[in-house]
Design a binder for this molecule. Structure first.
Ligand SMILES: *Cc1c(COP(=O)(O)O)cnc(C)c1O
Length: 421
């Protein structure tokens, strides 16, 4: 027996499913990772992989990036948490304010889940309204307002997890992505506190906004006095230096971030217009708090990551590299008559099998999971670690070299040839 399966046997007795978060599970057992560097991870059996999962998004400059590690180590030597304000958190906040169009004020937290949970509370507190809208297939972390599936007809939502109260879920309505009319219908019928949405969907694979869609969402939410929250936990400092909002030129009222802003350590943040953010405690009456909020190590690593990405034309370079990999994958799918499509933005991409297009959550969720599973297993046995679910995104990083891309192209081609239509 290899060491990963041994560790899995131990862990499945003491933690549910043997993993600390459900997406990490796959059959027969997840790989236990020993170490990581740049574009590579090594499992406890010594196998090396090119990583395209990249911890689901935080590692835009690669694993254990020397600049980020050095900055974090220096901060660690000065202590890791103070329970009082520190300069690293202020420096990160000021940097976010400078780069992100919607951010007049920022509140740091510990995770994306916490950021979206708090942002929704702020929106409800400011507007005095209860209902919210999310997008079908959108993910905003694992808390009650967001773990909701569409209800029938024009009713509110229903719990998508046991333990979520129906009384909470009924206040969450669901609209379809790239369909502003479906959102407008709900806005007309109900007093909606906020729309929370990923400007580029990233939890049903990558799904991009059609021309004019985000602009229309901006317009109709303003008309209804509804706070527009862009959940940029993935796209913040990924889609561009100012997130998807800067890339597409549409400024929401509030934004949530996580992943990249912690530079590989735990972090989250919500931000927005001053008149909204002034309602957050202790300045205002909407209560949010956290022992590790604004953690100086996370803030230091996050700022080092942002500094590196914003230098040397790195966003452009990374996007060009990703585009060339994506183009090769597309061409090879056509050459081998594989039905499917590839969506990408900046340094993230997804391959959907069995569907001609994925323009919203419903379409994306129709993709062929069995075929994805075959791809995942082929790649794993050929030294490439993809995220183990068809609904997750492949993430590139600055550490993925031209050489890595050549290997990746070769492996994807190998798979398409092996399953030729
Ligand atoms: C990952 C993610 C979250 C949750 O962030 P955590 O740090 O895992 O709690 C929220 N929203 C989006 C869009 C995400 O991708």
């Amino acid at each position: 027996m290899d060491r990963s399966s041994e560790l899995y046997q131990r862990s499945s007795g003491v933690t549910p499913g043997g993993v600390s978060s459900p997406v990490r599970a796959f059959k027969p057992n997840p790989l236990f990772i020993d170490r990581a560097k740049g574009s590579r991870i090594w499992d406890v059996d010594g196998n090396e992989y090119i990583d395209l999962c990249m911890a689901y998004g935080p590692l835009v400059v690669g694993h254990a990036c020397p600049k980020v590690m050095d900055a974090a180590k220096e901060q660690i030597s000065k202590g890791t948490v103070y329970g009082a304000p520190s300069e690293p958190e202020l420096n990160l906040i000021e940097r976010i304010v400078k780069e992100v169009p919607s951010a007049d004020m920022v509140r740091l937290g510990c995770s994306g889940t916490e950021a979206t949970m708090h942002a929704i509370r702020v929106a409800r507190g400011v507007t005095g309204r209860d209902d919210i809208i999310k997008i079908n297939g959108g993910f905003h972390g694992a808390h009650d307002a967001a773990l909701v599936a569409a209800g029938s007809g024009s009713a509110g939502g229903v719990p998508s997890s046991k333990g979520v109260l129906s009384d909470v879920a009924k206040h969450t309505f669901t609209a379809e992505y790239n369909d502003s009319q479906s959102m407008n219908d709900i806005l007309d019928k109900h007093d909606v506190a906020c729309v929370i949405m990923e400007p580029v969907m990233g939890n049903v694979g990558v799904v991009t906004p059609e021309k004019g869609y985000l602009e229309e969402v901006r317009k109709i939410t303003s008309e209804h006095g509804t706070i527009l929250i862009f959940d940029e936990v993935i796209t913040g400092f990924r889609a561009s230096s100012g997130g998807a909002q800067k890339r597409y030129g549409v400024t929401p009222d509030m934004t949530t971030m996580g992943k990249i802003i912690g530079g590989g350590f735990a972090a989250g943040a919500f931000m927005g217009r001053k008149d909204i953010m002034e309602n957050v405690a202790p300045q205002g009456g909407v209560y949010v708090a956290g022992t590790f909020a604004g953690n100086p190590v996370s803030a230091t690593a996050g700022l080092a990551t942002i500094d590196l990405m914003c230098s040397n034309d790195n966003y452009n370079k990374l996007e060009k590299r990703t585009d060339s990999l994506v183009a090769t994958i597309r061409d090879s799918m056509i050459d081998n008559r594989i039905v499917g499509c590839v969506n990408s933005v900046a340094s993230m991409f997804s391959v959907f099998f069995g569907i001609e297009q994925a323009t919203n959550g419903s379409e994306a969720m129709r993709a062929d999971r069995e075929m994805f599973d075959m791809l995942f297993r082929y790649m794993l046995s050929n030294g490439v670690y993809l995220p183990p679910s068809a609904m997750e995104v492949n993430f590139m990083s600055l550490a993925h070299s031209e050489g890595d891309i050549a290997v990746l192209e070769d492996k994807f081609k190998g798979f398409f040839e092996s399953v030729k239509g």
